[in-house]
Design a protein around this ligand. Structure first.
Ligand SMILES: *Cc1c(COP(=O)(O)O)cnc(C)c1O
Length: 398
């Protein structure tokens, strides 16, 4: 039987993953793989990483019993894993610091990445500033306009922004541009991917750095309830916050696990959603084989979600595998449902959640009422919603 947890020697999780690269990227990615294989077995590297998580990020993040939400749904006890309380406001800092440390260990001088809405760029620029590395962020020219506050943040943090004017001038074009730069200039550069996606070993690297979330949650719930949770829920864009929570529980069969992807405005119309697992098919994207929303020619579809961190036409290959194995169930939440959940959590718990995280709360609202009062759900609150407030206010005004 293939492992739920580990890629095989060729980087495959079951039928998904792998390393599909143009020849000029083979050497630089092989170098990353070799360096990570070494770092992963070095207790000193782990100690350095964990010290940063404690002193800089503020870990462990609390596991908070949301009593008002629990009462409101009238069933299972709902715990929120508070990744929103991390420095920079989401789970992304966990893997950005890990990748920056790995880059430093490799003797690299610069971190290179693409960003869409700017969340990955800001977390990475933060890690680069802390560790004394240069940081170059490629961003579609349209996104540079739309995401002005994050552009300013990255600049304050010392990053160089490269606006990409090719193609649709959005995330996909920024990815292509960053990969092209890496292929020509990799001697001093580390390519820092923003989720559990891309060619092997990135899905494993980013997953390992995020797995702290579930290790903490497991210990916290055992201390608090003296039992494992009955269900876990997390939103899925590329899938890093979800695997962060899930990994520590994958081998505990009774724990039901749900990944929530965006149904956007309309599941029946291409370009109006990003429901990769629900409506996608196997294909190739960004150096990996995975589930993909794609057209006849195999080009990725346009996608939409109210949560910019979720509008990705692919998904991490381990997720595709976990679904093939029947271990994780993937469901959808729409823009409208997520806006309702956003407002509910604000008022019930005094927590403004990221619109991404609100998707996980939609599924929680579906399952909690029919569960027993002695049962437990852990929801990954992947980030805070400060970044979303103007957009939500506009939406609510219609
Ligand atoms: C980026 C982001 C996500 C989506 O990314 P994953 O890799 O799927 O976790 C979810 N929540 C927040 C707050 C984000 O910033």
């Amino acid at each position: 039987m293939t492992s739920l947890l580990h890629a095989d020697e060729t980087g495959f999780f079951g039928a998904h993953g792998g390393r599909f690269l143009p020849p000029q990227l083979e050497a630089p990615i092989a170098e990353v793989a070799e360096a990570y294989a070494d770092a992963r077995n070095d207790p000193e590297f782990a100690r350095e990483y964990e010290a940063l998580l404690t002193d800089y990020v503020g870990r462990p993040s609390p596991l908070f019993l949301a009593e008002h939400l629990t009462e409101y749904f009238g069933g299972a006890r709902i715990y929120l894993k508070r990744e929103d309380l991390n420095h920079t406001g989401s789970h992304k800092i966990n893997h950005c610091l890990g990748e920056a440390l790995l880059a430093k260990r490799m003797g690299k001088k610069k971190l290179l990445a693409e960003t869409g809405a700017g969340q990955h760029g800001v977390a990475l620029a933060t890690a680069a500033a802390l560790l004394g590395l240069d940081c170059e962020i490629h961003m579609g020219a349209i996104d540079v306009e739309k995401q002005h506050p994050n552009v300013v943040r990255m600049e304050f943090l010392g990053a160089t922004i490269v606006p990409v004017t090719d193609g649709g001038q959005c995330l996909k074009d920024a990815v292509d541009s960053a990969f092209a730069t890496f292929a020509t200039d990799w001697k001093d550069t580390f390519f820092a991917i923003g989720s559990v996606v891309g060619p092997d070993p990135y899905p494993t690297i980013v997953r390992d750095f995020q797995a702290i979330v579930g290790r903490e949650a497991r210990k916290q719930i055992l201390d608090r309830e003296n039992r494992l949770p009955d269900a876990l829920v997390a939103c899925v864009g590329g899938g890093s916050n979800a695997l962060g929570l899930f990994t520590a529980f994958l081998e505990d069969e009774p724990v039901q696990i749900y990944g929530v992807e965006p149904a956007g405005r309309n599941l029946d119309v291409v370009g109006e959603h990003a429901a990769t697992m629900t409506l996608g098919s196997p294909g190739m994207l960004h150096g990996m084989r995975t589930m993909l929303l794609q057209d006849q020619a195999g080009d990725p579809d346009a996608v939409h979600s109210i949560a910019s961190g979720l509008d990705y036409p692919g998904i991490g290959p381990q997720h595709a595998h976990l679904r093939d194995m029947g271990r994780v169930e993937y469901v959808t939440a729409s823009d409208t449902e997520s806006l309702e959940a956003f407002q509910l959590v604000c008022r019930a718990e005094g927590i403004i959640p990221a619109l991404e995280s609100a998707h996980a709360l939609v599924q929680t609202a579906r399952i909690a009422p029919s569960m027993g009062r002695d049962e437990v759900i852990i929801v990954n609150l992947s980030g805070r919603g400060d970044k979303d407030i103007d957009y939500v206010a506009d939406q609510l005004r219609g």
